[in-house]
Design a protein around this ligand. Sequence first.
Ligand SMILES: *[C@@H]1O[C@H](CO)[C@@H](O)[C@H](O)[C@H]1NC(C)=O
Ligand SMILES: *[C@@H]1O[C@H](CO)[C@@H](O)[C@H](O)[C@H]1NC(C)=O
Ligand SMILES: *[C@@H]1O[C@H](CO)[C@@H](O)[C@H](O)[C@H]1NC(C)=O
Ligand SMILES: *[C@@H]1O[C@H](CO)[C@@H](O)[C@H](O)[C@H]1NC(C)=O
Length: 187
Amino acid sequence: MANAGIVQVALLLCFSTTALSMSYDVLQVQQRGSVSASWTLIRQLNGTLHNCLQDRRDFNFPEEIKLQKFQKKEAILVTHEMLQQIFDLFRRNFSSTGWNETIIEKLSEELSWQMDHLKPALEKITEKEKLTLKENPTLQQVKEYYFRIQQYLEAKLYSRCAWIVVRGHILKNFSVLYQLTHFVFKN
Ligand SMILES: *[C@@H]1O[C@H](CO)[C@@H](O)[C@H](O)[C@H]1NC(C)=O
Ligand SMILES: *[C@@H]1O[C@H](CO)[C@@H](O)[C@H](O)[C@H]1NC(C)=O
Ligand SMILES: *[C@@H]1O[C@H](CO)[C@@H](O)[C@H](O)[C@H]1NC(C)=O
Ligand SMILES: *[C@@H]1O[C@H](CO)[C@@H](O)[C@H](O)[C@H]1NC(C)=O
């Protein structure tokens, strides 16, 4: 009887470990799917640069991000920050662009979904670590990058061209989010 109990416990442990790693894999696939879905939605927004060439700008995307090997916790924070910033950006006044509001709405939903699914991992990071990570140079660079974009949009009074330029940048740097999922789901 005792032996049967041990076998059961062993089986249960074995099963739950597999289940856990499986759900991790599923989550990673879902997150990557969500990144692709957001990218596809942004691509659907009209972005003809024609007549907007004079508004092109370099916002200095922190290039280190591409080369960096992230710690899991850092990756979670950076990913969440990027998603939040993109979400906030597309809640600004884009009326000059004539962009389809349904697409923007879908994009907001997709980004929210992804942020919600990062939340449990985000909550596991303790308060103490959060304070340290807040001063993380990469996270700071990410914030400053989006701040430069915000300032540019404001200075350009949310003109159609300014939005088209910004859309192009966001789209180009989306690959970073995809790469980050690798570190978010690292054991
Ligand atoms: C995109 O904008 C340009 C310039 O306003 C316009 O000529 C073109 O028809 C638009 N394309 C779509 C798909 O809305
Ligand atoms: C949004 O921007 C347009 C100009 O692109 C402006 O006419 C309109 O008043 C702005 N709306 C808000 C709510 O700020
Ligand atoms: C906006 O996008 C939705 C979903 O893609 C589509 O069904 C709708 O026809 C579009 N509206 C306009 C005005 O293009
Ligand atoms: C980000 O986008 C800019 C152009 O907007 C590009 O020059 C840069 O290489 C991109 N960086 C990454 C890491 O994708």
